[in-house]
Design a protein around this ligand. Structure first.
Ligand code: AMP
Ligand code: GLY
Length: 427
């Protein structure tokens, strides 16, 4: 099969490397891709959100299957547009992608179907949101822009002044554009967070190994929120008992709810969970693989990714094995100094040959790199993720950090405590 992966970050690189292991995959492309990905796939510089150009390209190249990995093309209906020209694709259609693309949609869905989540109210007028916040007078409170906001549309506000500033930023200043036409004001929950990615074919759901993201820029979960500075899998807080509870109270009801609403979910449904004292609750749904969760989940997958993906499109997931190794994985993100605010680009990267380390003890997933002649240079805030596996989580973490020591670029920033909290939880 000739396959196209749409996107251009570490997640897409991990998907490509997993797909390439499939005996059914004979040719693989990525659009737009990035410098490091180009060692593994033929890259074509089409923006992931340019639906007409991508569909034309897919038709012209005769792709057998397209994997839409990024949220915005999914929300914009790339899977629908490909289906209209007879090209099957992995991922939800636009109607099902609303589970991520509209917080109001997903909160209303959870409320209607009794799926545990933080209490909330939705508003399309700033005055009404402000009046509600004043009447509630409960802090911290969480304010979320309705639409996609590059992971930045969530504000945790400690008092009324902060909340008012947040409402203004989202609804009046339109910091996230039309994504802020509505807001959700949500109860603040506490507890360990768990990411569970799952395969869905509209009727059946099969969870992958659980994982833990590290969203803050600095050690000890200090500093600004980022796209993710590292991940580990499995997540030790996600015990078999918690997994069984999540399946019964969250996963199965969500898939059934989407079916009942006439928008069955096909693709990868990401459950962002918080294990609160009252039990597991949904913090967010994503309609796609997580980044950098994918970089620790797929290296542990033993079943053929392409076969499983195809089964979600064809509705045969029920009869398809989805198996993971009993080991662990860790991914340490190497970022540009200054990320997530301001950082330089174009800095030479050393220590890699054809995008990978000399050892196969770790895999490098490129997020923001570019090729400049024979050299590789930085081209983004998150430059790459270094993933290693091991029989135990401690080994995986040690292997990943050891591998990062061989890679250099000016102003490299990484966290030094990826997985530390997970290791402490295992003790
Ligand atoms: P999101 O972009 O929805 O994943 O939110 C970003 C982060 O904000 C989450 O990973 C949580 O740490 C935090 N968060 C979101 N909603 C809540 C909530 N209701 N209570 C506490 N923390 C939250
Ligand atoms: N790692 C969180 C996300 O992919 O949204």
């Amino acid at each position: 099969m000739k396959i196209l992966v749409v996107g251009g970050g570490g997640r897409e690189h991990a998907i490509i490397r997993a797909l390439k292991k499939s005996p059914r995959c004979t040719e693989i492309w990525c659009a737009p891709g990035n410098g490091g990905i180009s060692y593994d796939a033929t890259c074509k510089n089409i923006p992931a959100t340019d639906i007409p150009a991508m569909v034309d390209f897919a038709k012209a190249e005769g792709f057998d299957y397209v994997v839409v990995a990024q949220d915005d093309p999914l929300a914009l209906g790339m899977v629908d547009a490909l289906a209209a020209v007879g090209i099957p694709a992995f991922g939800p259609n636009a109607a099902a992608a609303r589970i991520e693309a509209s917080k109001v949609f997903s909160k209303d869905l959870m409320q209607r179907y009794g799926i545990p989540t933080a209490g909330y109210a939705a508003f399309s007028k700033a005055e009404e949101a402000l009046a509600y916040l004043k009447a509630q007078n409960q802090y911290p409170v969480v304010i979320k822009a309705d639409g996609l906001a590059l992971g930045k549309g969530v504000l945790i506000c400690q008092n009324e002044a902060e909340a008012a500033a947040g409402i203004k930023e989202i609804m009046l200043d339109k910091k996230f554009g039309a994504s802020g036409n509505q807001v959700v004001v949500e109860e603040f929950l506490t507890g360990p967070e768990v990411s569970v990615l799952s395969f869905c074919d509209g009727k059946t759901v099969k969870p992958m190994v659980s994982s833990m993201d590290h969203k803050r820029a600095l050690d000890g979960d200090e500093g600004l929120n980022t796209g993710g500075m590292g991940t580990i899998a499995p997540n030790p807080y996600y015990t078999p008992a918690v997994a069984a509870q999540c399946m019964e109270t969250i996963f199965l009801p969500t898939v059934a709810a989407m079916q009942a609403e006439g928008c069955p979910f096909k693709g990868c449904l990401y459950f962002g969970l918080m294990l609160t004292p009252q039990g597991p609750k949904v913090i967010e749904y994503n309609c796609r693989f997580g980044d950098p969760e994918t970089q620790v989940v797929l290296p542990l997958m033993e079943s053929d990714l392409l076969t499983v993906m195809l089964s979600t499109t064809e509705g045969t997931l029920d009869a398809t094995a989805v198996e993971f190794s009993g080991g662990a994985a860790a991914c340490v993100v190497l970022a540009s100094g200054g990320y997530p605010v301001a950082y330089e680009k174009g800095l030479p990267i050393t220590g890699l040959e054809n995008g990978q380390l000399a050892t196969d003890a770790a895999t490098v997933y490129h997020a923001g790199t570019a090729r400049k002649g024979d050299a590789l240079v930085t081209a983004g805030g998150r430059v790459m993720g270094v993933t290693a596996t091991g029989d135990t989580l401690a080994q995986a973490i040690q292997n990943a950090y050891a591998a990062t020591e061989s890679i250099h670029f000016d102003k490299l920033h990484k966290r030094n405590d990826i997985g530390a909290r997970a290791l402490a939880a295992l003790k």
